[in-house]
Write a protein that binds this ligand. Structure first.
Ligand code: PEP
Ligand code: MG
Length: 849
């Protein structure tokens, strides 16, 4: 006799029962809410996390009182109820209580065929998910006395026991199997990847079965009231007569819900039930303040609501749903803002394949996750990780993915699988990660041995070949294709506008070109926080002049080359000022080492010698002379500005002349000029003196007054430590956390990728410090720099303009440290804005408590 644990942790779910998400899980709580709305939910019992945990540990409860809740000879289902439905859980098991006796009885009431089907399905589910037998032995589709007999025999042969007939034993084993599967390593890793804590609990709900099979109209289905991909209002779902559980989602004879061209619909077939479902949909939207997918059964013509879950949604749909709920006054705007994961916004911002461009589609599949990406083919997750470590974009191509592929999927920029559907592993995970993904591309086959894929037409693609995955259309394209920048819809714009009202830290963009500046403005950036001017010199006509300047033998030659660059730079700045319409524009003076502008190949050197009219040997010698052992720590940034001051003079003049011109045409411009790679106060003094002189000269020449602000980029540890004295000469300090991270760790930002994966994997660094600000080390320097800078000059403006600026965790750091703004790439501005608004909301809530 099994000894039962003292067990009282099951609760019948009623409107007033003591059910909570933190003890019983989201599904149990949601069922209670549905009952409170008076939906026709079958009787349900909830088992707490604690109870399930004890079951997994072998402390089996007394099942009899649980079953007794459902009357004599009940049939029940068990479903998982974790705290967050996204954390997954074991699949539902239906028809527990089915045995030979019930089978005979049911044959009398609902007919032999339906009774056979229910019994066979239960034997199959029990054998596979509880006794863990090989699914192939139980894959019969058609139910009859004979197949039931065969299934029972197969069960007995494999387990050496008869199929359990006692409902108490059946339910006990189902609960035990589900509890244990939750505690398994794979399940734990999967849910942790979705943000679940290591000790996340599982609740279970035991529910009276509603049959969905029988003589009068019976069946099962799901309905939702918005489109999962776009969030637009639209009734979608499926219904299948004579079915149970989620069988209604597929198979022959499925009815769509609304009247349309595809054939018969539930709306025509059962108009009263359809109207009732619409009513419950509206009530649940209003009262549960969410778009729900309702799982229902029609039992002899009567509607039963078995379950409701948040509608599965893309990020685009999530934004539209949250904004629509706020616009309908169902939730406050603040809540709409709080509901959107900032990083999810990037999915809305994804590139799309330009429909006007040429497409060379080599295989088609299911468009499982939107957006498009180009990369080199890899066939294994290990290859994907290696590719990412080299900084190369790659497309993971697999027959299908499994949980072991998660790391590979993280590393890839898109996924393409031969098998699978909208809810297969690859599709679900890719949507979660926001990766473009195509699944079920059955027109290709993979050959692991030769590392190649072959299409039905005989085209062959090998590892390393470049392809594009268009996850929005389901087409895999050969080579690279033209991409379109993403479109912004009205819901996205509204959300960002609301976030802007709550944002209490400035968000600027790093923008080097007029196109970047325009994108930054479109995304609502409050100015440019970093314009890397050297990017302006890489265009063809400028590069030659730039090289002439580098090779100039005399000050006159250099001045002449700079004179040619001046109008080009002036035009650049005029355009930036005009696009930004009076918003601040922070221009960083020239930063990289000069040799970056010179060719290194023999052909390139020969070409340059020709262009400059110099002997090749001369050019080669000069290039060698400029080469440094460690250029990132060499003559770059302000060091170049001091050694070759004419470059900064030219840039300052271009900025001031552009200021005068742009101010005459539009809003007055107050440019910000930033000195890179400073490590000593004297560097700032020297540069400032010359820039002030250029400003005075331009004022006199143009007869116009203008202001400008000079600041310093804090990118070296010494600049952070000496920020006090530096701030005397700087109106602002902008922390360049890319170089600052490099120099704090002594870690080359260009080479770290080679071992970063291993370092993170082995826990040396919790994360790549070039992606996530190292709050402990680099963060301490930021604190010191900010404190000392502010002590010396209380009105000094503080900001971060390294890549970390757009990262929600770094924004939290900057807000807390009292920084004035962060500056990040234009596409990250919306993410940064939403993250900042959410941080402000969280603080307001904390302060209210
Ligand atoms: C930095 O170093 O953080 C920075 C913004 O400058 P760059 O990336 O151009 O070196
Ligand atoms: Mg830098």
């Amino acid at each position: 006799m099994q000894k039962h644990a003292d067990f009282s942790e099951f609760t019948v779910i009623t409107p007033s029962a003591d059910i909570s998400v933190s003890r019983h899980g989201g599904r149990a709580k949601c069922l209670q809410r549905l009952l409170r709305l008076e939906m026709p939910v079958p009787r349900t019992v909830a088992l707490s996390f604690d109870a399930v945990h004890r079951i997994a540990a072998g402390q089996i409860p007394d099942i009899t009182p649980i079953l007794a809740e459902f009357g004599p000879a009940p049939l029940v289902s068990v479903r998982p109820s974790s705290e967050d439905p996204d954390w997954g859980g074991p699949g539902a098991i239906l028809n527990i209580g089915m045995n030979a006796v019930r089978h005979r009885e049911l044959a009398e009431t609902i007919g032999q065929a339906a009774a056979d089907l229910i019994y066979l399905r239960f034997i199959q589910a029990y054998a596979i998910h509880v006794a863990r037998l090989d699914p192939d032995q139980f894959d019969a589709e058609e139910a009859s006395e004979v197949t039931i007999h065969e299934a029972l025999l197969a069960y007995e042969e494999e387990t050496d026991e008869a199929f359990p007939q006692d409902p108490v034993v059946q339910l006990t084993e189902v609960l035990r199997a589900m509890a244990r599967s939750w505690e398994g390593t794979t399940a734990r890793l999967l849910r942790q990847a979705k943000g679940a804590p290591a000790d996340a609990g599982l609740g279970l709900v035991v529910q009276e079965m509603s049959m969905g099979l029988g003589p009068a109209e019976s069946g099962s289905g799901v309905i939702q009231f918005v489109d999962s991909a776009t969030g637009q209002s639209q009734v979608t779902g499926r219904y299948l007569s004579q079915s149970q559980g989620r069988e209604g989602l597929s198979g022959e004879g499925v009815l769509y819900l609304t009247r349309d061209a595809r054939g018969r619909s539930l709306e025509e077939h059962c108009p009263e039930v359809f109207q009732e479902l619409l009513k419950w949909g509206e009530i649940s939207r209003q009262r549960l303040r969410e778009e729900m997918e309702i799982e229902f059964t029609i039992e002899a013509g009567a509607l039963r609501v078995l379950d409701a879950v948040r509608v599965n949604r893309t990020s685009r749909a999530a934004v539209r749903i949250a904004v629509a709920l706020a616009e309908d006054w169902i939730i406050p705007r603040e809540e709409a803002i709080a509901r959107i994961e900032p990083r999810a916004l990037t999915e809305l911002l994804h590139s799309q394949v330009d429909p006007r461009g040429k497409r060379d589609c080599f295989v088609k599949g299911i468009a499982a996750s939107p957006g498009a990406a180009t990369g080199r083919i890899v066939f294994t997750s290990a290859a994907a990780q290696a590719s990412a470590a080299r900084g190369e974009a790659c497309i993971l191509v697999r027959r299908e993915t499994t949980p072991e592929d998660i790391r590979g999927m993280y590393a890839a920029c898109a996924v393409l699988t031969e098998r699978g559907g909208m809810t297969s592993h690859a599709a679900v995970i890719a949507r979660g990660l926001g990766l473009p993904c195509i699944v079920g591309a059955s027109g290709m086959s993979l050959d692991r041995r030769t590392k190649s894929l072959r299409t039905a037409e005989g085209r062959v693609f090998r590892e390393g070949d470049i392809i594009t995955v268009d996850g929005s259309s389901g087409q895999a394209l050969a080579g690279e294709v033209k991409m379109l920048k993403p479109a912004l819809d009205s819901a996205f714009t509204s959300l960002l506008r609301w976030a802007e009202d709550l944002c209490d830290i400035g968000i600027r963009a790093n923008a080097d070109t007029p196109a970047d500046a325009q994108t930054a403005r479109n995304f609502g950036a409050e100015g440019i926080g970093l314009c890397r001017t050297e990017h302006m010199f890489f265009e063809d006509d400028r590069l030659t002049v730039m090289r002439e300047m580098i090779f100039a033998n005399t000050p006159e030659d250099r001045a002449s080359a700079l004179d040619q660059l001046l109008p080009m730079q002036r035009m650049d700045f005029i355009q930036l000022f005009e696009i930004m319409q009076g918003q601040p524009v922070c221009i960083r003076l020239f930063d990289p080492p000069l040799h970056e502008f010179l060719p290194h190949s023999r052909d390139g050197l020969r070409e340059l010698a020709g262009a400059l009219g110099l002997p090749l040997s001369d050019v080669t010698r000069r290039v060698e002379a400029l080469t440094e052992f460690n250029p990132m720590l060499g003559m770059r940034g302000v060091r170049l500005g001091i050694t070759v001051p004419e470059i900064y003079d030219m840039q300052a003049r271009a900025i001031f002349e552009a200021t005068v011109e742009a101010s005459e045409r539009g809003d007055p411009v107050v440019p910000e000029i930033m000195i890179p790679l400073v490590s000593a106060k004297r560097e700032v003094e020297l540069v400032k003196t010359r820039i002030d002189a250029v400003a005075a000269a331009v004022r006199t020449e143009k007869g116009r007054a203008f202001d400008y602000r000079l600041g310093v980029m804090v990118e070296t540890p010494r600049a952070a430590l000496r920020a006090g004295e530096i701030a005397h000469h700087a109106a602002f300090l902008s922390f360049g956390t890319n170089d600052l991270t490099q120099m704090t760790y002594g870690l080359s930002r260009d080479d770290a990728g080679r071992f970063m994966g291993i370092y993170v994997q082995q826990g040396v660094f919790p994360e790549d410090p070039f992606h996530t600000l190292d709050v402990e080390g680099v963060g301490e320097l930021l604190h010191i720099g900010a404190e000392r800078g502010r002590a010396a000059r209380p009105d000094v403006v503080l900001s971060v303009c390294g890549e970390h600026g757009g990262n929600p965790e770094s924004i939290a750091f900057c807000r807390k440290a009292g920084f004035d703004y962060v500056s990040c790439s234009p596409f990250r501005v919306p993410v940064a804005r939403l993250a900042a608004a959410q941080l402000n909301l969280q603080m307001t809530v904390r302060n209210r408590r």
